[in-house]
Write a protein that binds this ligand. Structure first.
Ligand code: UDP
Ligand code: MG
Length: 314
Protein backbone atom coordinates (compact mmCIF):
# COMPACT_ATOMS: atom_id res chain seq x y z
CA UNK A 1 0.00 0.00 0.00
CA UNK A 2 1.59 3.24 -1.11
CA UNK A 3 -0.05 6.60 -0.59
CA UNK A 4 1.83 9.14 -2.66
CA UNK A 5 1.54 12.90 -2.45
CA UNK A 6 2.99 15.30 -4.99
CA UNK A 7 3.75 18.66 -3.37
CA UNK A 8 3.88 21.65 -5.71
CA UNK A 9 4.66 25.18 -4.50
CA UNK A 10 3.05 27.79 -6.77
CA UNK A 11 3.65 31.50 -6.99
CA UNK A 12 1.77 33.29 -9.76
CA UNK A 13 1.54 30.14 -11.82
CA UNK A 14 -1.91 30.56 -13.41
CA UNK A 15 -0.42 30.01 -16.86
CA UNK A 16 0.97 26.58 -16.12
CA UNK A 17 -1.24 24.88 -13.55
CA UNK A 18 -3.74 23.40 -15.99
CA UNK A 19 -1.01 21.75 -18.02
CA UNK A 20 0.85 20.68 -14.87
CA UNK A 21 -2.29 19.00 -13.58
CA UNK A 22 -2.89 17.27 -16.93
CA UNK A 23 0.62 15.86 -17.05
CA UNK A 24 0.80 14.87 -13.41
CA UNK A 25 -2.60 13.13 -13.43
CA UNK A 26 -1.76 11.28 -16.66
CA UNK A 27 1.48 10.02 -15.11
CA UNK A 28 -0.26 9.13 -11.82
CA UNK A 29 -3.02 7.21 -13.62
CA UNK A 30 -0.35 5.10 -15.24
CA UNK A 31 1.51 4.24 -12.04
CA UNK A 32 -1.78 3.46 -10.34
CA UNK A 33 -2.83 1.20 -13.24
CA UNK A 34 0.55 -0.54 -12.98
CA UNK A 35 -0.17 -1.05 -9.25
CA UNK A 36 3.01 0.76 -8.19
CA UNK A 37 0.99 3.31 -6.24
CA UNK A 38 -2.35 2.79 -4.52
CA UNK A 39 -3.53 6.30 -3.80
CA UNK A 40 -2.04 9.44 -5.34
CA UNK A 41 -2.79 13.06 -4.56
CA UNK A 42 -1.49 16.39 -5.76
CA UNK A 43 -1.10 19.18 -3.22
CA UNK A 44 -0.76 22.69 -4.62
CA UNK A 45 0.60 25.21 -2.15
CA UNK A 46 -0.32 28.71 -3.23
CA UNK A 47 2.49 30.90 -1.90
CA UNK A 48 0.45 34.13 -1.66
CA UNK A 49 0.09 34.55 -5.43
CA UNK A 50 -1.21 37.83 -6.78
CA UNK A 51 -2.84 36.42 -9.89
CA UNK A 52 -5.64 33.89 -10.22
CA UNK A 53 -3.58 30.92 -9.06
CA UNK A 54 -5.82 30.21 -6.09
CA UNK A 55 -9.05 30.39 -8.13
CA UNK A 56 -7.52 27.96 -10.55
CA UNK A 57 -6.42 25.59 -7.77
CA UNK A 58 -9.96 25.68 -6.36
CA UNK A 59 -11.37 24.91 -9.78
CA UNK A 60 -8.90 22.06 -10.38
CA UNK A 61 -9.64 20.70 -6.94
CA UNK A 62 -13.35 20.60 -7.80
CA UNK A 63 -12.70 18.90 -11.13
CA UNK A 64 -10.05 16.37 -10.11
CA UNK A 65 -10.65 14.18 -7.08
CA UNK A 66 -6.91 13.89 -6.44
CA UNK A 67 -6.12 17.63 -6.43
CA UNK A 68 -5.96 19.55 -3.16
CA UNK A 69 -4.91 23.06 -2.33
CA UNK A 70 -3.37 25.00 0.50
CA UNK A 71 -3.35 28.79 0.36
CA UNK A 72 -0.73 30.59 2.40
CA UNK A 73 -1.70 34.00 3.73
CA UNK A 74 1.27 35.77 2.16
CA UNK A 75 4.30 35.09 0.01
CA UNK A 76 6.90 33.29 2.13
CA UNK A 77 9.21 32.08 -0.65
CA UNK A 78 9.70 28.77 -2.41
CA UNK A 79 11.45 26.94 0.44
CA UNK A 80 8.98 27.90 3.17
CA UNK A 81 6.02 27.20 0.87
CA UNK A 82 7.39 23.77 0.11
CA UNK A 83 7.88 23.20 3.82
CA UNK A 84 4.22 24.07 4.41
CA UNK A 85 3.21 21.38 1.91
CA UNK A 86 5.67 18.85 3.33
CA UNK A 87 4.47 19.43 6.86
CA UNK A 88 0.94 18.54 5.79
CA UNK A 89 2.11 15.59 3.70
CA UNK A 90 4.22 14.16 6.54
CA UNK A 91 1.05 13.00 8.29
CA UNK A 92 -1.00 12.18 5.19
CA UNK A 93 1.24 10.19 2.85
CA UNK A 94 3.72 7.32 2.81
CA UNK A 95 5.93 9.10 0.33
CA UNK A 96 6.07 12.54 -1.21
CA UNK A 97 7.50 13.97 -4.38
CA UNK A 98 8.27 17.69 -4.47
CA UNK A 99 8.31 19.33 -7.87
CA UNK A 100 8.09 22.87 -9.27
CA UNK A 101 4.88 23.99 -10.90
CA UNK A 102 6.50 25.10 -14.14
CA UNK A 103 7.09 21.63 -15.68
CA UNK A 104 10.82 22.21 -16.00
CA UNK A 105 11.42 18.94 -14.21
CA UNK A 106 10.38 15.95 -16.26
CA UNK A 107 7.41 14.27 -14.54
CA UNK A 108 8.44 11.00 -16.19
CA UNK A 109 11.21 10.68 -13.60
CA UNK A 110 8.58 10.09 -10.90
CA UNK A 111 7.80 6.44 -11.84
CA UNK A 112 11.53 5.70 -11.56
CA UNK A 113 11.65 7.40 -8.16
CA UNK A 114 8.76 5.21 -7.05
CA UNK A 115 10.67 2.08 -8.12
CA UNK A 116 13.58 3.13 -5.91
CA UNK A 117 11.13 3.67 -3.07
CA UNK A 118 9.85 0.13 -3.44
CA UNK A 119 13.43 -1.08 -3.14
CA UNK A 120 13.71 0.55 0.26
CA UNK A 121 15.29 3.86 -0.67
CA UNK A 122 14.18 6.80 1.48
CA UNK A 123 15.36 9.76 -0.53
CA UNK A 124 15.53 9.81 -4.32
CA UNK A 125 17.16 12.92 -5.78
CA UNK A 126 16.09 14.10 -9.22
CA UNK A 127 19.31 15.16 -10.91
CA UNK A 128 19.19 17.01 -14.21
CA UNK A 129 21.35 15.71 -16.98
CA UNK A 130 22.55 18.90 -18.62
CA UNK A 131 21.66 22.53 -18.58
CA UNK A 132 21.49 23.19 -22.27
CA UNK A 133 18.03 24.71 -21.94
CA UNK A 134 19.07 27.25 -19.33
CA UNK A 135 20.52 30.58 -20.32
CA UNK A 136 24.31 30.85 -20.41
CA UNK A 137 24.15 33.09 -17.35
CA UNK A 138 21.95 30.79 -15.25
CA UNK A 139 24.01 27.75 -16.17
CA UNK A 140 27.28 29.28 -15.09
CA UNK A 141 26.06 30.98 -11.94
CA UNK A 142 24.41 27.72 -10.89
CA UNK A 143 27.60 25.76 -11.47
CA UNK A 144 29.69 28.30 -9.58
CA UNK A 145 27.20 28.00 -6.74
CA UNK A 146 27.55 24.21 -6.49
CA UNK A 147 31.35 24.48 -6.52
CA UNK A 148 31.34 27.17 -3.85
CA UNK A 149 28.93 25.14 -1.72
CA UNK A 150 31.18 22.11 -1.95
CA UNK A 151 34.31 24.12 -1.20
CA UNK A 152 32.58 25.57 1.85
CA UNK A 153 31.73 22.11 3.14
CA UNK A 154 27.99 22.31 2.52
CA UNK A 155 26.23 19.13 1.52
CA UNK A 156 24.65 19.34 -1.91
CA UNK A 157 23.94 16.87 -4.64
CA UNK A 158 25.32 18.26 -7.88
CA UNK A 159 22.55 19.54 -10.20
CA UNK A 160 19.79 18.54 -7.85
CA UNK A 161 17.25 21.23 -7.01
CA UNK A 162 14.08 20.47 -5.09
CA UNK A 163 12.78 17.68 -7.28
CA UNK A 164 12.87 14.58 -5.10
CA UNK A 165 10.99 11.74 -3.51
CA UNK A 166 11.05 11.29 0.25
CA UNK A 167 9.68 8.47 2.35
CA UNK A 168 7.53 9.30 5.32
CA UNK A 169 10.34 8.39 7.69
CA UNK A 170 12.79 10.74 5.97
CA UNK A 171 10.15 13.45 5.86
CA UNK A 172 9.39 13.11 9.55
CA UNK A 173 13.10 13.33 10.29
CA UNK A 174 13.26 16.52 8.23
CA UNK A 175 10.32 17.96 10.16
CA UNK A 176 12.34 17.79 13.38
CA UNK A 177 14.73 20.45 12.03
CA UNK A 178 13.69 23.57 13.92
CA UNK A 179 15.57 26.15 11.86
CA UNK A 180 13.83 28.97 10.04
CA UNK A 181 16.55 29.50 7.44
CA UNK A 182 15.63 26.74 5.08
CA UNK A 183 17.96 25.25 2.52
CA UNK A 184 16.02 22.07 1.93
CA UNK A 185 18.29 20.33 -0.54
CA UNK A 186 21.19 20.59 1.93
CA UNK A 187 19.05 19.56 4.90
CA UNK A 188 17.70 16.50 3.08
CA UNK A 189 21.19 15.50 1.93
CA UNK A 190 22.31 15.54 5.56
CA UNK A 191 19.58 13.17 6.82
CA UNK A 192 21.59 10.02 6.21
CA UNK A 193 18.88 7.60 5.07
CA UNK A 194 19.48 5.43 1.98
CA UNK A 195 19.50 7.62 -1.12
CA UNK A 196 19.45 7.17 -4.88
CA UNK A 197 19.60 9.39 -7.93
CA UNK A 198 17.33 9.57 -10.95
CA UNK A 199 18.60 11.45 -13.99
CA UNK A 200 16.25 13.56 -16.11
CA UNK A 201 16.35 16.24 -18.76
CA UNK A 202 15.39 19.70 -17.66
CA UNK A 203 12.99 21.51 -19.97
CA UNK A 204 12.27 25.14 -20.47
CA UNK A 205 9.63 26.72 -18.29
CA UNK A 206 6.26 25.75 -19.78
CA UNK A 207 4.87 29.27 -19.49
CA UNK A 208 5.31 32.43 -17.43
CA UNK A 209 8.63 33.71 -16.23
CA UNK A 210 11.10 32.67 -13.56
CA UNK A 211 10.12 33.62 -10.02
CA UNK A 212 13.78 33.46 -9.08
CA UNK A 213 15.39 36.64 -10.32
CA UNK A 214 19.12 37.20 -9.70
CA UNK A 215 18.42 38.95 -6.41
CA UNK A 216 16.57 35.93 -4.98
CA UNK A 217 19.15 33.54 -6.42
CA UNK A 218 21.99 35.37 -4.68
CA UNK A 219 20.07 35.42 -1.41
CA UNK A 220 19.42 31.72 -1.76
CA UNK A 221 23.11 30.99 -2.42
CA UNK A 222 24.20 33.01 0.63
CA UNK A 223 21.54 31.26 2.72
CA UNK A 224 22.72 27.91 1.46
CA UNK A 225 26.28 28.51 2.49
CA UNK A 226 25.77 30.32 5.77
CA UNK A 227 23.11 27.97 7.06
CA UNK A 228 25.34 24.97 6.56
CA UNK A 229 28.88 25.98 7.10
CA UNK A 230 30.94 28.14 9.42
CA UNK A 231 33.86 27.97 7.02
CA UNK A 232 33.41 31.60 5.88
CA UNK A 233 33.97 32.61 9.50
CA UNK A 234 37.11 30.47 9.64
CA UNK A 235 38.29 32.09 6.42
CA UNK A 236 38.13 35.47 8.16
CA UNK A 237 40.46 34.20 10.85
CA UNK A 238 42.92 32.87 8.27
CA UNK A 239 42.69 36.12 6.33
CA UNK A 240 43.48 38.01 9.54
CA UNK A 241 46.51 35.80 10.18
CA UNK A 242 47.70 36.29 6.62
CA UNK A 243 47.46 40.06 7.02
CA UNK A 244 49.53 39.96 10.19
CA UNK A 245 52.22 38.01 8.35
CA UNK A 246 52.16 40.51 5.47
CA UNK A 247 52.35 43.38 7.94
CA UNK A 248 55.39 41.81 9.67
CA UNK A 249 57.10 41.34 6.33
CA UNK A 250 56.33 44.97 5.47
CA UNK A 251 57.90 46.15 8.75
CA UNK A 252 61.06 44.15 8.10
CA UNK A 253 61.21 45.47 4.53
CA UNK A 254 60.63 49.04 5.74
CA UNK A 255 63.38 48.81 8.36
CA UNK A 256 65.85 47.30 5.89
CA UNK A 257 65.12 50.02 3.33
CA UNK A 258 65.56 52.65 6.03
CA UNK A 259 68.89 51.15 7.08
CA UNK A 260 70.05 51.22 3.47
CA UNK A 261 68.96 54.83 3.27
CA UNK A 262 66.55 54.42 0.38
CA UNK A 263 63.22 54.78 2.12
CA UNK A 264 61.07 56.71 -0.34
CA UNK A 265 57.94 58.50 0.81
CA UNK A 266 55.60 56.37 -1.32
CA UNK A 267 52.00 57.24 -0.72
CA UNK A 268 50.83 54.84 -3.47
CA UNK A 269 51.48 51.72 -1.48
CA UNK A 270 49.93 53.38 1.54
CA UNK A 271 46.81 54.31 -0.36
CA UNK A 272 46.48 50.84 -1.81
CA UNK A 273 46.85 49.10 1.50
CA UNK A 274 44.39 51.43 3.24
CA UNK A 275 41.75 50.55 0.69
CA UNK A 276 42.61 46.92 0.72
CA UNK A 277 42.50 46.58 4.47
CA UNK A 278 39.33 48.66 4.64
CA UNK A 279 37.70 46.34 2.13
CA UNK A 280 38.84 43.24 3.91
CA UNK A 281 37.48 44.48 7.22
CA UNK A 282 34.13 45.39 5.68
CA UNK A 283 33.89 41.99 4.03
CA UNK A 284 34.71 40.27 7.30
CA UNK A 285 32.07 42.34 9.12
CA UNK A 286 29.58 41.45 6.40
CA UNK A 287 30.15 37.74 6.76
CA UNK A 288 29.84 37.92 10.52
CA UNK A 289 26.72 40.03 10.03
CA UNK A 290 25.17 37.29 7.90
CA UNK A 291 25.52 34.83 10.73
CA UNK A 292 24.34 37.29 13.36
CA UNK A 293 21.30 37.99 11.20
CA UNK A 294 20.61 34.28 10.99
CA UNK A 295 20.86 33.87 14.75
CA UNK A 296 18.48 36.81 15.15
CA UNK A 297 15.96 35.15 12.84
CA UNK A 298 16.31 31.81 14.58
CA UNK A 299 15.92 33.10 18.13
CA UNK A 300 12.72 34.94 17.23
CA UNK A 301 11.17 31.56 16.36
CA UNK A 302 8.53 33.23 14.24
CA UNK A 303 5.97 30.96 12.61
CA UNK A 304 6.97 29.92 9.12
CA UNK A 305 3.64 30.54 7.43
CA UNK A 306 -0.09 30.94 7.97
CA UNK A 307 -2.70 28.94 6.13
CA UNK A 308 -5.49 31.17 4.91
CA UNK A 309 -7.65 28.64 3.10
CA UNK A 310 -7.67 25.04 1.96
CA UNK A 311 -9.63 22.92 -0.46
CA UNK A 312 -10.95 19.66 0.95
CA UNK A 313 -7.97 19.08 3.27
CA UNK A 314 -8.86 17.23 6.43
N1 UDP B 1 7.83 29.75 -5.99
C1 UDP B 1 7.15 29.92 -4.78
N2 UDP B 1 7.33 31.10 -4.09
C2 UDP B 1 8.18 32.10 -4.52
C3 UDP B 1 8.89 31.88 -5.74
C4 UDP B 1 8.71 30.69 -6.43
O1 UDP B 1 6.38 29.07 -4.36
O2 UDP B 1 8.28 33.12 -3.85
C5 UDP B 1 7.64 28.49 -6.74
C6 UDP B 1 7.29 28.66 -8.20
O3 UDP B 1 5.90 28.80 -8.39
C7 UDP B 1 7.82 27.37 -8.82
C8 UDP B 1 9.04 27.07 -7.96
O4 UDP B 1 8.87 27.81 -6.75
O5 UDP B 1 6.91 26.31 -8.71
C9 UDP B 1 10.35 27.43 -8.64
O6 UDP B 1 10.30 28.74 -9.13
P1 UDP B 1 10.81 29.13 -10.58
O7 UDP B 1 10.42 28.07 -11.56
O8 UDP B 1 10.30 30.50 -10.89
O9 UDP B 1 12.37 29.15 -10.36
P2 UDP B 1 13.52 28.77 -11.42
O10 UDP B 1 13.13 27.45 -12.01
O11 UDP B 1 13.51 29.86 -12.41
O12 UDP B 1 14.76 28.71 -10.59
MG1 MG C 1 11.45 26.93 -12.82
Amino acid sequence: MLKLMIVVPCYNEQQVLRETTARLTAMLDRVIAAKRVDVARILYVDDGSRDHTWDLITELSNTFACVEGLKLAHNVGHQQALWAGLEYAATHADAIVSIDADLQDDVEAIPQMIEHYHQGIDVVFGVRRERKKDTFFKRHTAQAFYRLMQAMGGQVVYNHADYRLMSRRALQALMTFPERNLFLRGMVASLGFPTAIVLYDRHERFAGESKYPLRKMLGFAIDGITSFSVRPLQCITYLGLLFIVIALAAIVYGLLSYAEGKAIPGWTSLLVSVWFIGGAILLACGIIGEYVGKIYKEVKRRPRYFIEQTTKLK
